[in-house]
Ligand binder design. Structure first.
Ligand code: ASP
Length: 317
């Protein structure tokens, strides 16, 4: 039992793979804002009711996974073989329990699969056929591949494969290249949690696993420092242990969460890693930073306000 009460906080992202400001029409922007608000509402409902940060991030990520606008679960991007291989992770900061899945296709909500790994498998990360065998015993909903498949992602794959065949330069938009969803939260007991879910990179090599299910890279939570969920070029986030690096700077170097997050995001950019992250610490508001053109994102405040943004414009309430 935590002795102190903290101010609950929640932030979410729908990935750094944003449609460019020029290409995003009013309707498209409105749809993304509405989807972000719906996910904030799902997570905030948990926190407002005195629920745990772990439950809040799970609820918010489920809402984003269910929405085909984002590259996670329904609406996930395809591998170069035309298949879907999803990664997801969840971690809580009090005991640093964690669970993740990699390269799976089946569970309707990969984040719930990650929760099952954390709670019932004895492992931290399960992949492939062994993961599916375990998950089938966990009472979570499964779907056929067709449920996750969308025309928009098939078109993005077809264009990418044609580009590769022609040896043409990669001029794809961020939205056609990648995306992810994630959430971080602090509950009234002061516990932190993070969850992330993704289809990965469009046209990725079969078997490729990104940063999302790699703890300390794309997902991390530690009550002693912060909870972090990342989006972007996964390989660079892994090599720079992006999320853990922020935690270390906060815990050991005494940096503010904002300073640490900005420094790491700049370091990633210098290494050709584009993307962003959301983070929440023991106190204060969440931090939402990115070095890409945009990042679908939002946060909720204690007064119940929901704020969402896509590019570098101000937040919409
Ligand atoms: N980080 C994800 C991956 O590399 C992609 C993304 O967030 O856009 O799988």
């Amino acid at each position: 039992m935590a002795l102190t009460r903290a101010e609950p906080a929640l932030a979410i992202h729908g990935g750094a793979g944003t449609i460019s400001a020029a290409a995003l029409d009013l309707g498209g922007a409105a749809a993304h804002h509405a989807a972000l608000r719906a996910a904030l509402a799902s997570g905030w409902r948990v926190l407002a009711g005195g629920g745990a940060a772990l439950e809040a991030v799970t609820a918010a990520v489920c809402a984003l996974e269910d929405d085909p606008l984002f590259n996670a679960a329904r609406g996930a991007v395809f591998t170069e073989a035309g298949r879907l291989e999803m990664d997801a992770a969840v971690m809580e900061g009090r005991e640093k329990r964690a669970g993740a899945v990699a390269g799976i296709c089946g569970p309707r909500n990969p984040v719930l699969a990650a929760r099952a790994v954390m709670e019932a498998s004895g492992a931290v990360l399960l992949a492939g056929a062994g993961a599916e065998t375990f998950l089938r015993t966990q009472g979570i909903a499964f779907e056929e591949e067709g449920y996750f498949s969308t025309q928009r992602r098939l078109d993005a794959l077809r264009l990418e494969m044609a580009r590769r065949a022609a040896g043409a330069p990669d001029t794809r938009s961020d939205a056609d290249r990648h995306g992810t969803v994630g959430a971080v939260a602090r509950d009234a007991a002061g516990d932190l949690a993070a969850a992330t879910s993704t289809g990965g990179m469009t046209g990725k090599r079969p078997g490729r696993i990104g940063d999302t299910p790699v703890f300390g890279a794309g997902t991390f939570a530690d009550n002693a420092s912060c909870a972090v969920s990342c989006t972007g070029t996964g390989e660079v986030f892994i090599r720079h242990t992006a999320a853990a690096e922020i935690g270390a700077r906060v815990r050991l170097a005494g940096q503010s969460l904002e300073v640490a997050a900005e420094a790491v995001i700049a370091e990633l950019l210098a290494a050709s890693g584009d993307g962003g992250l959301i983070a929440i610490g023991q106190a204060g508001p969440p931090v939402l930073v990115f070095n890409s053109a945009g990042m679908y994102r939002g946060y909720a405040t204690a007064e119940g306000g929901f704020y969402t943004a896509i590019h570098r414009e101000g937040y919409r309430r």
